[in-house]
Design a protein around this ligand. Structure first.
Ligand code: FAD
Length: 385
């Protein structure tokens, strides 16, 4: 087993570090306060190739393996989780799913634009009444036999990139037979008549991100908008989320690493009782707990990338990494805040934002409880959902 990085992977990580230091870190607090990331960042992420990682070059992507994708995601998460989430959704959940399930037309139409940052994608699964039980969604797509089009009605909730997106990867029920998981996936351009979007404000964290509620009223799409076979939409969604969980985990590693860097720096600068607080054993305990969380979360996450790149089964490992890394990121940010004392509570210092941004990681792409049910099912063979 080789846990080192290749020269190419080291170069990608450096590129990401430089990009984050130049284009993200100086603005992250202002974006958080304004509740809006500068939209120009999308094009910059496309120009540097970060929106096309793992997408084949023939479709405008920048190629590379999943470990390179993890390294970039970690650096983005270290800089600003709002920006990290823009990439995790548009590339991780949308472009990669089109690359895996799309026909030639769908790939040629969307992948070059998504990879370049000319278009942004969002992933529409959750609904107001359906969160963890995602397969039970109520949005319906009814086929009009005369024209071969589908008419979609329903609503989606908490959709990252929702108000910015050009394309919605949307999941809707196409078969109403009781007990039948007849869900299909559709690629719906965001400007399709009948699709309206409402921004959701007042989030605890990821405040720079454009999160939205989508309302669909008689939205009509051609049959060619279906992604993957009819009735296989739940499989499409679950395959997207399995890989997406690796991306969330990598973002959490970035948060935990930022917490560690901040805590070490501050502990060395702050003096109380006539000595640096770094000299106190209880402060060192806080810092060493963060450091162990960073290493453990990173190794679990890299293992998922390695399994994917070797073409092996990775879904349970992705749930373990996402579960551990998200809980670790919350712990790490909270420990770092303790090292900062009262200053940690003020947003001029970085750790409060890290804690707010970390908190949602234990909720989305499957809550911690849902990850435990996935891991438990894999181990026992019994579904406890
Ligand atoms: P619920 O499912 O109602 O869960 C409430 C509680 O019950 C949780 O603690 C949960 O763990 C627990 N629970 C539920 N079922 C069980 C069970 N069987 N056993 C034990 N405990 C259980 N969704 C998208 O589709 N696209 C996005 O881009 C997206 N972005 C998001 C961005 C943000 C900022 C947020 C907050 C959410 C986003 N989501 C998105 C939605 C997210 O995936 C859901 O919030 C999440 O799946 C949980 O669903 P819920 O909020 O309805 O909670």
């Amino acid at each position: 087993m080789d846990l080192g990085l290749s020269p190419e992977q080291t170069a990608v990580r450096r590129l990401a570090e430089d990009f984050v230091a130049r284009e993200i870190t100086p603005y992250a607090v202002a974006w958080d306060r304004a509740e809006e990331v500068d939209r120009g960042i999308v094009r910059k992420l496309g120009d540097v190739g970060f929106l096309g990682l793992t997408i084949p070059e023939e479709y405008g992507g920048s190629g590379g393996g999943h470990l390179a994708y993890c390294l970039v995601t970690e650096e983005l998460g270290r800089g600003d989780s709002s920006v990290r989430g823009i990439v995790s959704v548009s590339l991780g959940l949308v472009a990669k799913t089109i690359a895996a399930w799309g026909d030639e037309d769908q790939k040629r139409t969307w992948l070059p634009r998504l990879a370049a940052g000319d278009a942004l994608g969002c992933f529409g699964l959750t609904e107001p009444g359906t969160g963890s039980d995602a397969g039970n969604l109520a949005t319906r797509a009814v086929r009009d036999a005369a024209t071969g089009t589908y008419v979609i009605n329903g609503g989606k909730m908490f959709i990252t990139n929702g108000t910015w997106a050009d394309i919605v990867l949307l999941f809707a029920r196409t078969n109403d037979t009781p007990g039948h998981r007849g869900v299909s996936a559709f690629l719906v351009p965001a400007d399709t008549p009948g699709l309206t979007r409402r921004a959701i404000h007042g989030k605890l964290g990821l405040r720079g991100q454009a999160t939205a509620e989508l309302v669909l009223e008689d939205v009509r799409v051609p049959g060619s908008a279906m992604l993957g076979p009819e009735g296989k939409g739940f499989a499409v969604a679950m395959s997207a989320l399995a890989k997406g969980r690796m991306s969330v985990a990598a973002g959490c590693v970035g948060i935990a690493q930022a917490a560690l860097d901040s805590a070490v720096r501050y502990a060395g600068e702050r003096e109380q009782f006539g000595r640096s607080i770094a000299s106190y054993q209880l402060v060192q305990e806080l810092i060493s707990d963060i450091a162990v969380d960073v290493d453990a979360a990173r190794l679990l996450t890299w293992r998922v990338a390695d399994l994917i790149d070797r073409g092996e089964e990775f879904a349970t490992a992705a749930s373990k990494a996402k579960l551990y890394a998200s809980e670790a990121a919350v712990r790490a940010a909270n420990n770092a805040l303790q090292v900062f004392g009262g200053y940690g509570y003020i947003d001029e210092y970085p750790v409060g934002k890290l804690l707010r941004d970390a908190r949602v990681m234990t909720l989305y792409e499957g809550t911690s409880q849902i990850q435990k049910l996935i891991i438990g099912r894999a181990l026992t063979g019994v579904s406890a959902f």
